[in-house]
Design a protein. Structure first.
Length: 367
């Protein structure tokens, strides 16, 4: 049984529970893990954000939940239909295909109309509810999404029968599919993975063949990581035991991006076990680097009020409580300075390579 067939089986199983309730003349309901902030917990041993044990009941005959109940059943129908028909809709396709107007007579005898959903946020929310209720990733159901991730380096993958050597991409890179679990990894010769926040830096390191010099895999999500890039990074770390290093700008948003790769995100805490990479290590940049690497003031940028607010928030997160991160965040709030990766060019264009190698090979990373 392939993964999509397995997804179909679990979706049908979820639907059959509702059918059994109806056949037994019970009020239909579904139990769904609560995706709230209060039900998001930090596991210090596993170094991940996880969904807590709280669940809620969505009942058809609860007037507050009836509309959401029907939306969930509608989304369930669309997902099953897509798998049976062998198509791969986007979340936008699901929104449009499921949106229609229902006409009815209210208790006063008046004609009324109501949309199945008015905004895509509604259809997205019930899709997430089905994910947590069934334990399925939407990618496993075959739902297509925007994928930003790409990689290059000594890894060969097989996709739909075609072998792709990621050392033979020219100046380009291999674009990750929506579900990296569909990739068969044929061969890996890399010694580590370098995940770069910015696409421009990824392109530069690729064109300069840093991956060949260091025998590493380069990967990027071009900013805030998407699910596919996070899943691929998790596979490389978990299945092949490759060390993972994250390179971002020295600002609170770059540091948060690192934490999403490493520990997961609040919004997707229910998928941390498949998306988070607890073994990831941060190699920079930090506020301390401004001093240690003598970065010229010409390259230093004054922190904005938004940066300061974000840094203050990070200081309170459990996953930023290590002495090293607390020191860096306090120094940032004291100096109110940030720098981009490109600021390393103050020491010459080739210094970026030296910086990365120094951080990795001399253990100058934050765990």
């Amino acid at each position: 049984m392939n993964k999509r067939d397995e997804a179909l089986r679990r979706l049908e199983e979820f639907a059959l529970k509702l059918l059994e309730q109806i056949e037994n003349k019970q009020p239909p309901y579904m139990e769904i893990p609560s995706r709230t902030l209060s039900n998001t917990v930090w596991d210090p041993e596993r170094k991940m954000l996880l969904l807590g044990p709280a669940k809620f009941r969505r009942e058809l005959f609860d007037m507050k939940e009836a509309r959401k109940f029907m939306q969930t059943v509608l989304m369930l129908k669309l997902l099953v239909q897509a798998i049976r028909e062998g198509v791969y809709p986007t979340i936008r396709d699901l929104y449009y295909h499921g949106k229609h107007t229902i006409e009815f007579i209210d208790h006063l005898g008046r004609k009324q109309k109501e949309n199945t959903w008015d905004e895509q946020t509604e259809s997205n929310a019930v899709l997430q509810d089905i994910e947590v209720a069934t334990g399925l990733l939407r990618e496993e159901m075959g739902i297509s999404a925007d994928v930003k991730g790409k990689m290059v380096g000594p890894i060969i993958v097989r996709s739909r029968g075609y072998e792709i050597d990621c050392t033979r991409m020219g100046e380009g890179a291999f674009g990750l599919p929506p579900n990296p679990d569909d990739l068969e990894i044929v061969k890996i010769e890399a010694t580590y993975v370098l995940c770069v926040e910015k696409d421009a830096i990824f392109q530069r390191l690729n064109r300069e063949e840093f991956w060949k010099r260091e025998n590493c895999i380069l990967i990027t999500a071009k900013g805030m990581p998407d699910r596919a890039t996070r899943r691929m990074l998790r596979r490389l770390w978990e299945e092949y035991k490759l060390p993972v290093y994250i390179l971002t700008d020295a600002d609170p948003y770059g540091w948060y991006i690192y934490s999403v790769y490493k520990s997961g995100s609040i919004a997707l805490s229910y998928e941390s076990e498949r998306l988070a990479c607890p073994g990831a290590k941060f190699i920079g940049l930090t506020t301390s680097d401004i001093i240690e690497y003598r970065i010229s003031d010409e390259y230093v940028i004054a922190a904005t009020d938004r940066d300061i607010k974000r840094a203050t928030e990070l200081m309170k997160y459990p996953w930023f409580q290590s002495p090293h991160w607390q020191k860096e965040l306090k120094l940032f709030l004291k100096l109110k300075k940030k720098v981009e990766i490109e600021a390393l060019s103050t020491h010459g264009f080739k210094f970026l390579h030296d910086y990365i190698i120094d951080k990795i090979h001399h253990g100058k990373f934050i765990d």
